[in-house]
Design a protein around this ligand. Sequence first.
Ligand SMILES: [Zn+2]
Length: 299
Amino acid sequence: MKRILSALFAVLLVMSLASCGEDKPPVSDADEFKIATSFYPVYVATLNVVDGAEGVTLLNLTDPDVGCLHDYILTPDDIKKLSGTDLFIASGMNMESFVGKSSLGIPRLEVLECGEDIKNVIGDEGEENPHYWMSIENAIMQCDKIKRTLCRLDPENAGIYEANAAGYKEKLSKLLEEARVRMSKLPDREMIVYHDSFDYFAEEFDIDTEHILSDSEGRLPNQKDVAEAIREIRGENASCIFTQKSFADVEALRSVVKQTGCSIVLLDTLTSGAEDGNDKDAYINAVRRNMDIIEQNIR
Ligand SMILES: [Zn+2]
């Protein structure tokens, strides 16, 4: 599948290049450094590092409402946007199935996959879990990786990248300290969850996640899964199921809620927010909101 998407990308790219004129491939202005990010978590981290850097433009390729990019396929419009870019920053860990090891078929485009070398929290079924940014420590590592790449590709702005990254990392470290204190005080260390996006956060603070209606086999939950989930919830005497907005209306989940009297509690996967350049604390604020919600619901 990955290979097909990469091939498709290459074809679309050639088409878009061809339509832009024969001799002149679209290159960015020599004094302009153009960065594109794949989706919101990477965008916010990059926004913090490039803040105030001269001659730098930052574009987030996908709409924040897209959420995760698990099944995202690049559109011809995306490719048009990318064709003038110097650096593409992706989340990696197979979050963007359209990103291969090569530079997306664009010879001079650098691709940074932030998730590379970050420890993968393996799910119950042995599947990989790409939601690494949900761990604050990983967000700090991500910031460092972005900074190092930017300093190498745009050394003129290295001073500002270093200073910005140091400032953002300090904020994230404070958040981590706050989270350690707050999460250590939870009276119960178990969360019933639907979906694996909270595993990194939970592991960071020694909270166990009990997955229900696991869809890891790529199929929708069936009646047997619903019955098993109900048994599990009753066994744990749980009062709520944590999930994210995009799953709130899953029929099987609704059915479990109806039969157990549990409530659905929505947490933020930190994949959406404003893109006006002023929302540099979007990640930090969303982690705090998640902690408020966890504290209110784990009692
Ligand atoms: Zn996801």
